[in-house]
Design a protein around this ligand. Structure first.
Ligand code: ADP
Ligand code: TYD
Length: 206
C-alpha cells in the first residue's frame, strides 16, 4: 500500500508521517517512510536546489521539471522497490504537492502538470491524507523551525491560503483517494484521526 501525506507548509505532515509509520510497524508491517522532494540520494540533491534560496530563483515551469525529475528518481529507486517487496510506503508529500504548488498556487500550470505526470510518473498513492491546518498557525510553526529550507514559506500567508484552498479542491476532485484530516489539536489528536482513516482504507483493501 502506498500512502501519501499532503498539506501546506507546517501543517504537521512530517510529524504525522512518522507517527503513522511507527503505528504500522507496531502492527508488524514493513514500512518505508520517505519524503518529497527527496527520498532517494539523487532526489535529495535536487531537493536542495528547490527549497533553498530566493523565491524567484526558479520559474514555476522550471520548478515543475525539477520536482518531476526528483519524483522519477524517488519512484525508481525507493518507492517501486519497496512496494514490490510488499512494504507499506508512507511518503511525506507526492504528486498532489505539484498539482497544488506548481499547478495552482504558484502558476496556472495544472494541465502541464497533469501531462508531465502521465508521461513520466503515472502512479497515484492508494490513499492520500491532506492534513488541513489554519495557514497562520502552520506558517508560524514552520518558521519557528528555522531550518533554512524556507523558500516556499517565504512566499507569505496569502500563498499558504491559496495552497490550502488548492488541497481542499483536490480532495473534492478525487474523493475516493484523497481524505481531508482535521489538523487541529495536539499531534496525538491528529494521529488518532490519521489512524482511523488509514485503518478504514486498509480494511477496505483486504
Ligand atoms: P510539516 O511537515 O507539515 O511542515 P511538521 O510535522 O514538521 O510539519 O510540523 C511543524 C512544526 O510543528 C514542528 O516543530 C512540529 O513539532 C510542530 N507540530 C506538529 N504537529 C503539531 C500539533 N498538532 N500541534 C502543535 N505543534 C505541532
Ligand atoms: P517540505 O520539506 O515538505 O516542506 P514543509 O515541511 O515546509 O511542508 O517540502 C519542501 C517544499 O517544496 C514545500 O514548501 C512544498 C514544496 N513542493 C512543491 O512546491 N512541489 C512539489 O511537488 C513538492 C513535493 C514540494
Amino acid at each position: 500500500m502506498f500512502i501519501s501525506l499532503e498539506g501546506i507548509d507546517g501543517s504537521g505532515k512530517s510529524t504525522q508521517a512518522r507517527l503513522l509509520a511507527d503505528h504500522l510497524r507496531a502492527s508488524g508491517r514493513e514500512v518505508v517512510l520517505t519524503r518529497e522532494p527527496g527520498g532517494s540520494p539523487g532526489a535529495e540533491e535536487i531537493r536542495r536546489l528547490l527549497v533553498e534560496g530566493a523565491g524567484e530563483r526558479w520559474s514555476p515551469g522550471t520548478e515543475l521539471l525539477l520536482f518531476t525529475a526528483a519524483r522519477r528518481d524517488h519512484l525508481e529507486r525507493t518507492i517501486r522497490p519497496a512496494l514490490a517487496r510488499g512494504a507499506v510506503v508512507v511518503s511525506d508529500r507526492f504528486a498532489d504537492s505539484t498539482r497544488v504548488y506548481q499547478g495552482a498556487a504558484r502558476a496556472d500550470l495544472r494541465a502541464t502538470v497533469d501531462r508531465l505526470h502521465d508521461l513520466m510518473i503515472g502512479v497515484e498513492p492508494d490513499l492520500t491524507l491532506v492534513i488541513d491546518a489554519d495557514p497562520a498557525v502552520a506558517l508560524g510553526r514552520g518558521k519557528a523551525r528555522g531550518a533554512g529550507e524556507d523558500r516556499f514559506e517565504n512566499m507569505g500567508l496569502p500563498f499558504q491560503a491559496r495552497l490550502r484552498a488548492g488541497f481542499l479542491a483536490l480532495a473534492a476532485e478525487a474523493p475516493d483517494r484523497v481524505r481531508v484530516v482535521d489538523g487541529s489539536g495536539s499531534a496525538e489528536d491528529v494521529a488518532a484521526r490519521v489512524r482511523a482513516a488509514v485503518g478504514a482504507a486498509l480494511a477496505a483493501a483486504t
